[in-house]
Design a protein around this ligand. Structure first.
Ligand code: XIL
Length: 315
């Protein structure tokens, strides 16, 4: 059986993939992406980010985001929105001015409210906040934190809730796969939001992992998060290796994918897993991590790798 089919048999909401607009001219690629027995959910890899959706202040461009939202709808796939507030891929107008707290608060609220409102009724879950922490668990000192302190998180979450009351609102983060200072920071953030009555529904665990290095505390970290009463999702899974790939590395990668999927399966509040594109042809890994790649379950020729079987076995 294919990957979304087995995920649903395991009681999950979806197994899905990220995609990006330039890839949608590749008909062989799209034929697999469109198969909702393989992928029950899509995430736009770039086209709902701030630089793509509000390139100049107050001017919103949803064309590319809409293309992916409409594709998911046509295919009967869920949609994850990604993302509202992130330090990266910001248009220069956001970062080039010394905003007052009142000004930046209004900018964050308008951006999140307009973005989430545009997709009202179409999105299962939103990554409202992306990557707020440093690896040591301290807050990332980006323009939002530097100007607004931690209040930017609640400003964004409240604007998102008002704009689409039915979307699940997430904070999404990397290096959250093991028991760590960063995971503790996330637990404390969720507790403080809950205590303050700020809407928070989920924790996104990106899952950008390395072959042979799936943390042994992965499943217990998922359980630690769901014990807070929020759901969790693995939102950007890929498992990279130092190139060239070898049969041994591909076999270890299969095991690693199986381990990650089995951890989500075992934790009731883990609702689904999204891979950060399904094929090595379009993976972000080689351009970001020099000398590394082959991180996806399909190779660059759109042929299934051993990792594919690992995922199916894990569910
Ligand atoms: C990546 C995209 O895949 C790339 O195409 C882009 O150049 C940079 O961003 N964490 C995230 C994602 O939350 O938004 C990032 O996506 C990968 C890391």
């Amino acid at each position: 059986a294919k990957l979304n089919t087995v995920a649903k048999l395991a009681g999950k909401k979806y197994f899905g993939s990220a995609t990006d607009n330039p890839e949608l001219t590749d008909t062989a690629y799209v034929a697999i992406l469109d198969d909702n027995t393989e992928f029950g959910q899509l995430t736009p890899g770039n086209s709902m980010k701030w630089d793509a959706t509000e390139p100049t202040q107050g001017t919103f461009t949803f064309t590319n985001g809409d293309t992916i939202a409409n594709l998911a709808k046509a295919n009967g796939q869920l949609l994850r929105g990604h993302n509202c507030v992130w330090y990266n891929q910001l248009p220069s107008w956001v970062t080039a001015t010394n905003w007052t707290a009142a000004q930046l608060s209004s900018i964050v609220s308008t951006h999140c409210g307009t973005l989430v409102g545009h997709y009202k009724g179409q999105v299962y879950s939103w990554d409202v906040i992306n990557e707020p922490f440093n690896d040591d668990g301290t807050w990332r000192t980006d323009i939002f934190y530097n100007t607004l302190g931690t209040s930017y998180v609640s400003i964004a979450l409240q604007a998102a809730r008002a704009a689409d009351p039915n979307a699940k609102l997430y904070v999404n983060e990397y290096n959250l796969e093991s028991s760590s200072a960063k995971a503790t920071a996330m637990v404390n953030l969720v507790k403080s939001l809950q205590a303050a009555g700020v809407p928070i529904d989920g924790i996104g665990i990106q899952g950008h992992l390395i072959v042979g290095e799936v943390p042994s505390t992965f499943q217990s970290t998922l359980s630690q998060f769901t014990a807070l009463g929020v759901e969790v999702a693995i939102t950007e899974l890929d498992i990279r290796m130092t190139l060239p790939s070898t049969p041994a590395l591909l076999a270890q990668q299969k095991t690693d994918y199986q381990t990650v999927i089995a951890a989500c399966k075992a934790v009731a509040g883990c609702v689904g897993v999204t891979i950060w594109d399904y094929t090595d042809k379009y993976s972000w890994v080689p351009s970001t991590f020099s000398g590394q790649g082959a991180a996806c379950p399909w190779d660059a020729n759109l042929v299934r790798k051993p990792a594919y079987d690992g995922i199916a076995l894990g569910w």
